[in-house]
Design a protein around this ligand. Structure first.
Ligand SMILES: [Zn+2]
Length: 381
């Protein structure tokens, strides 16, 4: 009996758990009903996909969509619209909005804002703080919660939990894997005088690789001590990759496009403060080390860390970057410009990164990145 579909995507190169190959996809009732050779089937519409790749929807496990409170930069509607235009069908959104997502009220408000406005699936992180530690076990299991996110180095002041004693209290109560921004606050404070006013090249000198490694080591130790699991966000150093290789039983980790494609000092000379983010982009050996981590399966997930900021000229004076999470000069910006968001950065900023990622990707990792992206999110956030 001949099968009938609403739509057949014909002869596309399908990339999924079976690998990569030319296949047809039959769609019925808005769902994929068959994948294979559908030459005998009929359809209301046949779309010729020859020469095109078809990938499963991507989950972006780290985005900052700026709503509520900072919607002059982006909101849940425009951010998710740009996500789906880039092939991202689910996002995990971060808690450093205004007010911070650290209470039940703020969390419920975000869910309410997302329903019927966001174009993709979503979950929201809840920020772990000294004040809400007792409520975290309940928060982290709430429907729509991606898990607990903790900043242990100051990227966004009010969410900071820098000391082991307070962190231990959080570790003791949570059950799910929690996500961390890992830079050691004490070392950052100590090294602040190394910032050179007006020179973004000093950003990774101040926030050096040791600050990142120290924080990651402290988190792994706390995870072992308390029998919990961690997810280290936006790995920026080769040393962390080598260290985490031996701690995969308690720690998953994320790499971002900017740490995989940009290098210091070139990025600061070329892009000025547009390349400023936390943790910083560092020298080539770190970029290569993170690619090595992808190749070896040490990196569990790629996240964009999409985080729009208001445009300031690349030559704007370097001021230390404490005010906000300046991360995310990533593919996301380009997508967002596509979606027509009102205050999107000029396209060349994102566009400068996206082709570089494609080039590096082809050169270095074959399809490894895509395979990771399609897979279920193994970090278990
Ligand atoms: Zn982030």
């Amino acid at each position: 009996m001949n099968q009938h579909f609403d739509t057949i995507l014909k002869s596309g190169t399908v990339v999924n758990q079976d690998g990569e190959g030319v296949r047809d996809i039959g769609i019925a009732g808005g769902r994929i009903a068959a994948i294979g050779s559908l030459g005998q089937a009929s359809a209301g519409e046949v779309i010729d996909c020859k020469g095109l790749h078809i990938l499963p929807g991507v989950m972006d496990t780290q985005v900052h969509f700026r709503e509520p409170g900072l919607t002059q930069k982006e909101d849940l509607e425009t951010g998710s619209r740009s996500a789906v235009m880039g092939g991202v069908t689910a996002v995990f959104e971060m808690p450093n909005t205004s007010p911070l997502t650290v209470t039940e009220e703020a969390f419920t408000d975000k869910i309410k804002r997302g329903h019927h406005r966001m174009h993709c699936d979503f979950a929201f992180f809840i920020g772990g703080t000294r004040e809400n530690v007792r409520d975290l076990p309940e928060f982290e299991r709430a429907p729509g919660c991606a898990g607990v996110k903790v900043f242990i180095g100051s990227s966004t002041g009010a969410l900071l939990v820098e000391d082991d004693e307070s962190l231990r209290r959080i570790f003791q109560v949570i059950r799910r894997r929690a996500a961390f921004h890992a830079e050691d606050e004490y070392r950052l404070n100590e090294r602040k005088p190394l910032r050179v006013e007006g020179d973004p090249r000093s950003h990774p000198v101040w926030r050096d690789e040791t600050a990142a490694l120290m924080a990651t080591e402290r988190l792994v130790n706390l995870a072992r001590e308390t029998g919990k699991r961690i997810h280290v966000l936006h790995i920026s150093t080769k040393e962390e990759i080598l260290y985490l290789r031996d701690h995969k039983d308690v720690a998953s980790c994320e790499a971002t496009p900017h740490h995989l494609t940009l290098v210091a000092p070139d990025c600061y000379e070329r892009l000025g403060t547009l390349a400023q983010m936390n943790p910083p982009v560092r020298e080539a050996r770190h970029r290569d080390g993170i690619w090595h981590g992808i190749g070896q399966g040490i990196v569990d997930v790629l996240g964009s860390d999409h985080a729009p900021v208001s445009y300031t000229h690349p030559c704007a004076a370097y001021a230390g970057g404490e005010a906000e999470d300046l991360s995310g000069l990533a593919v996301g910006h380009d997508r967002r410009a596509d979606a027509g968001a009102a205050d999107a950065r000029p396209r060349q900023c994102g566009a400068a990164v996206a082709p570089a990622l494609r080039r590096s990707h082809q050169r270095r990792a074959g399809t490894a990145v895509q395979h990771r992206l399609q897979g279920p999110h193994r970090g278990g956030l």
